[in-house]
Write a protein that binds this ligand. Structure first.
Ligand code: F58
Length: 862
C-alpha cells in the first residue's frame, strides 16, 4: 500500500525541471564554495587545502551522478545484455583527476580551481587512495571499469566496500611495518549509499528437505561508485557491498549489562567487509575469506536477478541478458550460488539451472601460483555453506562420472597399453604421474576431481574452486598468450582435452587515460603535438604514428626533456619520503610490484650488490666508466610471507651501505619507497628509464606494469614471461633487454641444478658478501641465501643462480646503450609508439566480442 502511494507521488513530480549542474568555470567555482559551506560545513573565507579538495570533489560527484542517472535510464530503456565483473579486488586509486578529465571538464575545472588559488595537482594529493586489493589483478579490474565505460559497454563491476584498504606499509629501521589503511576517514564523495538496496546473505545452519535454513545472516547493502568513460556520455557503475547486521544489537543482553554479547552480531557482520583477508591467514581468517566471497557474489547475483526480473519472466533468457566474469578463483563460488538461486528460489530443475549457469558464467585465471588457486576444505564449506556443498558434491559426481567414462573409453581404445604408457600419450586423460599398478580411473579422478584429497594431509578433502569454475562456466581464459598456453597444458590439462573450445587467451591491457595521458601530462602534450590530435587517448593504436618520428632529433630532445622533468618530480618525492638525495642525471632503474620470490626482486638486488662490489674494486679512472644508476623499489609483502619481508630488508640494508659510501657517491643509489600504491606508481612510472620484469619464465600470468612502463617510453629488462613476450613482439625483441631461460626449459633445469659454487664467480662473491655481513646482520640473510643456494632446502626453485650470468650480460647491454642517448631515446619513442595493443580498450573489446557477447550502447547527447 505504502509503495503504491509513494509511486503515485513520484509520478506527479516535475522531475524534468530538475536543475542540471552548469559547467562554466564561474558556476563551478560558485558550486565549490557552496559545497564547502553546506556539505563540508567549513568557512569559505578560511579554507584549508583539504576542505577545498572535499568541496571540489562533491561538485564533481554531482556531475558524475547526473550522467550516471542518464546512462542507467537509457540502458534500462534499451534492455541490452550486460557484463558483470565479479572481483574481490578493485584497486581504484584516486578518482578526482580521472573524473575531471574523463568528463572532459579539465579546462573549466582548471580555471575554477585557479580562481580558488590552487592547482588540480595540489588538490588531488589530498585524496586517499582506494587500495581495495593486493596488486595486478585488482588494478586490472579498475582498468577494465574505465574501458568498459569508455567503450560504451553495458557493464557493471561488483565487489566489496572494504572499510580498510590493503594496509599502510611503512619502514621501521628498514623492515616492513604494517598499519591499517583507514581510507574512509575523511568520507568518500565518490560513492552513493543505497540503504534501500540490501540483500540477505546466509551462513551455517542446515539443509532440511532440500531447504537451507541459515543459522546466521547479514545484509549486503549497496554503495554505487559512478565510473565515467572518456570521450563518451556513458557513466557506468561499480557496485560495492557493505556487510551490516540484520539486528543492530540485542536489547535483552544490553539491559543485563552484557554489552559484549549485545553487539556481537554487529561485530561479526562488520568483520565481513572490514578488510580483504589474506589467503594464508588463521582458520578464523580463512573462514572469513570464504564468507567474504560468498557475501559479495551472492549479493551481486541476487541484485542481477532482481533487475532481470523487472523486465523478464523466463530464466532461459538470462544468458542473453547477463554474463558474469569471475576474476580469478575468489568469486568462483558463483557457480554453486547461481545454481542455488535458480533451483531453490526460482524453482528451476537441475538440468535447466545447469544449462543457464554454464552459459552465464565466464572464468579468468591470472596465475599458476598455487596460492591463488583456492581450495577450500570440505569441512569448512559444509559448515559454512551446507547447501552450496550439496550442490558442489552433485556437480563433482556428475563430472567424475563423465571423466571416468572418458578414461575407460580411452583405455579400451588402447587395450594393450599400460596405464603408465597411456600417460605418456599427449592426449591421454590419465595423469602422467600415475603409479604403476594404480587404477588409471582412480588416478584421473583423484587429480581432476572438484573434490579431491589434500596431498599434504591424508583424509582431508578439498574443493578445488578453479576446477569447478572451468566446468561451470562457458569459457576459461588466461591473461597473456604464453600464460593461456601454459594453463592448457598444466593445471587444466584434462579440462582442455575435454573442452578445448572453452579455452581462450585475452592478453591484458591497461587504461591509457590514467597510465599515460593523466599521469604524464608532459608526454601527453608532446604526443598530441607530434600526432596533430589527441585521438590516441581513445584509440591507442594511433600511437604507431610516432614511429616515423622516432629518429627526429628535435623530438628526441623534447622527449628527453619531458623525462627529465618527471625524474625531477620523483627525485623530490624520494628526498621528501626517504631522505635520500638522488642524482637526476643517473639512469632511473625501477622495479615496482608485489614482493614475491617468483618476481625475483632479490635477483635484481644481487646484481646491484655485484655492481657495488665492482665499483668498489675499480680504480678512480675505471669508475668514470660506470653509468650512474638510481635503483628504485616499491611493493608490499603479504603479512605472512616470511621470505618477501626479507627481500624488502635486503633492499633497505644494501641501500643503507651503498647510499652512504663516499667512494661510490652518485654512481649508485638504492631506495625502497614505502607504501607503494596506485598514486605512487603514477609518479614513478613516468620517471622511469629502465624497468625490471624478471620473473622466472612460466611464472608470471601477464604483468601489467610492463605495459604501463612501455607506454611511458621506459625500456624493459625482462624474461620471456607473461606479456613481456608480446611486448617484445610489438617493439622487436632486439629493442628489449631479454635474458634468462625459456619456460619450456624450466622443469628440466629445476631437476638438473648444480651446487652454487659451480655458478658464475660473481654470484659466489655476492653470496659471500652477504654472509660476511657486509650489509649488516649476516644471520638475518642466511635463509635468503640458503633459499637460492642450498640444495637440501628450496633448491632455488625460481632459478636465480641459473639466470644470474645472463642477467648481468643484459645489464651490461643496458649500460652500453644508455651511453648512446640518441639511440636510447629512439627506442623510448618506439616503445610508446608500439604500445597500442596493450590498451585495456582493446582487451575489453576482445572480451566483449569473443567471450561476453555484449555490444556497446552509447548514451546519445541530449
Ligand atoms: C596477477 N595476479 C598476476 N593476484 O600475478 C599478474 O601476472 C597479472 O598481470 C595480473 O594478475 C592481472 O591479470 C594477482 O594480482 C593476486 O593478487 C592474488 C590475490 C589472492 C592472493 C594471492 C595473490
Amino acid at each position: 500500500m505504502d509503495v503504491e502511494r509513494s509511486q503515485a507521488k513520484t509520478d506527479s513530480l516535475p522531475v524534468e525541471h530538475l536543475p542540471h549542474p552548469k559547467n562554466d568555470p564561474d558556476s563551478i567555482e560558485q558550486d565549490v564554495l557552496s559545497k564547502v559551506s553546506y556539505t563540508i560545513g567549513a568557512d569559505p573565507k578560511a579554507l584549508t587545502t583539504k576542505q577545498t579538495y572535499r568541496g571540489l570533489a562533491w561538485t564533481v560527484r554531482e556531475r558524475l551522478i547526473d550522467s550516471f542517472n542518464k546512462t542507467q535510464e537509457y540502458w534500462k530503456s534499451k534492455d541490452p545484455k550486460f557484463v558483470y565483473y565479479l572481483s574481490a579486488e578493485f584497486l581504484m586509486g584516486r578518482s578526482l583527476t580521472n573524473a575531471v578529465y574523463n568528463l572532459g571538464l579539465e579546462g573549466e575545472y582548471g580555471e575554477a580551481i585557479r580562481k580558488l588559488g590552487y592547482s588540480l595537482e595540489d588538490l588531488q594529493d589530498q585524496e586517499q587512495n582506494a587500495s581495495l586489493g593486493n596488486g595486478g589483478l585488482g588494478r586490472l579490474a579498475a582498468c577494465f571499469m574505465d574501458s568498459i565505460a569508455t567503450t560504451d559497454l553495458p557493464g557493471w563491476g561488483y565487489g566489496i566496500r572494504y572499510k580498510y584498504g590493503m594496509f599502510k606499509q611503512g619502514l621501521d629501521k628498514g623492515f616492513q611495518s604494517m598499519a591499517p589503511d583507514i581510507w574512509l576517514s575523511a568520507g568518500n564523495p565518490w560513492e552513493v549509499y543505497r540503504p534501500e538496496l540490501a540483500y540477505r546473505i546466509g551462513f551455517y545452519g542446515e539443509v532440511k528437505d532440500g531447504k537451507w535454513i541459515p543459522a546466521e545472516s547479514v545484509n549486503a547493502v549497496a554503495y554505487d561508485n559512478p565510473i565515467p568513460g572518456f570521450g563518451t556520455n556513458n557513466v557506468t557503475n561499480l557496485r560495492l557491498f557493505e556487510s551490516q547486521p540484520v539486528n543492530e544489537f540485542n536489547l535483552d543482553f544490553f539491559n543485563e549489562g552484557n554489552f559484549d554479547e549485545a553487539t556481537q552480531e554487529k561485530r561479526r557482520a562488520e568483520d565481513i567487509s572490514a578488510v580483504l583477508y589474506p589467503n594464508d591467514a588463521t582458520d578464523y581468517g580463512r573462514e572469513l575469506r570464504l564468507k567474504q566471497q560468498v557475501f559479495f557474489v551472492s549479493a551481486a547475483i541476487q541484485d542481477v536477478i532482481a533487475r532481470f526480473k523487472e523486465q523478464h519472466s523466463d530464466f532461459n533468457e538470462l544468458p542473453n541478458k547477463a554474463v558474469f566474469t569471475m576474476n580469478d578463483t575468489h568469486p568462483t563460488i558463483a557457480v554453486a550460488e547461481l545454481m542455488r538461486l535458480l533451483i531453490d528460489q526460482e524453482g528451476l530443475d537441475w538440468d535447466n539451472a545447469w544449462a543457464i549457469t554454464t552459459k552465464t558464467l565466464a572464468f579468468t585465471n591470472h596465475t599458476v601460483m598455487p596460492e591463488a588457486l583456492e581450495k577450500w576444505p570440505v569441512k569448512v564449506m559444509t559448515k559454512l555453506l551446507p547447501r552450496h556443498m550439496e550442490i558442489i558434491s552433485k556437480i563433482d559426481s556428475i563430472w567424475k562420472g563423465s571423466l571416468a567414462d572418458r578414461v575407460k573409453a580411452q583405455i579400451e581404445a588402447e587395450p594393450k597399453a599400460e596405464a603408465k604408457a597411456a600417460a605418456s600419450e599427449e592426449s591421454s586423460l590419465v595423469p602422467e604421474d600415475t603409479e604403476a599398478g594404480e587404477d588409471p580411473v582412480d588416478a584421473a579422478l583423484a587429480k581432476y576431481g572438484i573434490i579431491c584429497e589434500n596431498p599434504w594431509e591424508k583424509g582431508v578433502k578439498l574443493v578445488n574452486m578453479a576446477f569447478m569454475a572451468v566446468i561451470g562456466s562457458k569459457s576459461t581464459n588466461g591473461v597473456a598468450a604464453i600464460h593461456s598456453d601454459i594453463i592448457k597444458h598444466t593445471i587444466f590439462k584434462d579440462f582442455y582435452e575435454i573442452y578445448p573450445e572453452k579455452f581462450q587467451n585475452k592478453t591484458n591491457g591497461v587504461t591509457p587515460r590514467r597510465w599515460l595521458a593523466y599521469c604524464n601530462p608532459g608526454l601527453r602534450e608532446l604526443i598530441t603535438k607530434t600526432l596533430g590530435s589527441n585521438e590516441w587517448i581513445k584509440h591507442l593504436e594511433k600511437l604507431s604514428g610516432l614511429k616515423q618520428h622516432a629518429e627526429d632529433k628535435e623530438l628526441q630532445a623534447q622527449w628527453r626533456a619531458v623525462k627529465q622533468e618527471n625524474k625531477q618530480r620523483l627525485a623530490k618525492y624520494i628526498k621528501a619520503n626517504v631522505g635520500v638525495d638522488v642524482p637526476t642525471n643517473a639512469m632511473f632503474d625501477v622495479q615496482i610490484k608485489r614482493i614475491h620470490e617468483y618476481k625475483r626482486q632479490h635477483l635484481n638486488m644481487f646484481s646491484i650488490i655485484n655492481r657495488y662490489l665492482e665499483i668498489k674494486a675499480a680504480s678512480p679512472e675505471e669508475r668514470k666508466k660506470f653509468v650512474p644508476r638510481v635503483c628504485v623499489f616499491g611493493g608490499k609483502a603479504a603479512s605472512a610471507y616470511y621470505m618477501a619481508k626479507k627481500m624488502i630488508r635486503l633492499v633497505t640494508a644494501v641501500g643503507e651501505v651503498v647510499n652512504n659510501d663516499q667512494e661510490v657517491g652518485d654512481l649508485l643509489k638504492v631506495v625502497f619507497l614505502p607504501d607503494y600504491n596506485v598514486s605512487l606508481a603514477e609518479v614513478i612510472i613516468p620517471a622511469a628509464e629502465l624497468s625490471h620484469h624478471i620473473s622466472t619464465a612460466g611464472t608470471e600470468g601477464s604483468g601489467t606494469s610492463n605495459m604501463k612502463f612501455q607506454m611511458n617510453g621506459c625500456l624493459i629488462l625482462g624474461t620471456m614471461d607473461g606479456a613481456n613476450v608480446e611486448i617484445a613482439q610489438e617493439i622487436g625483441k632486439e629493442n628489449m633487454f631479454v635474458f634468462g631461460v625459456d619456460a619450456e626449459d624450466v622443469p628440466r633445469l629445476r631437476e638438473e641444478r648444480k651446487d652454487f659454487k659451480d655458478y658464475d664467480p660473481r654470484w659466489v662473491k655476492v653470496m659471500d658478501s652477504l654472509l660476511a655481513g657486509q650489509f649488516g646482520d649476516a644471520e638475518y640473510f642466511q635463509d635468503l641465501v640458503d633459499n637460492v643456494n642450498d640444495m637440501t632446502k628450496s633448491n632455488d626453485w625460481f632459478l636465480l643462480a641459473n639466470d644470474f650470468a645472463d642477467y648481468l650480460r643484459a645489464q651490461k647491454d643496458v649500460d652500453e646503450l644508455y651511453k648512446d642517448q640518441d639511440e636510447w631515446t629512439r627506442r623510448s619513442i618506439l616503445y610508446t609508439a608500439s604500445s597500442g595493443f596493450f590498451s585495456s580498450d582493446r582487451c575489453i573489446d576482445d572480451y566483449a566480442r569473443e567471450i561476453w557477447e555484449v555490444e556497446p550502447v552509447a548514451v546519445p547527447s541530449s
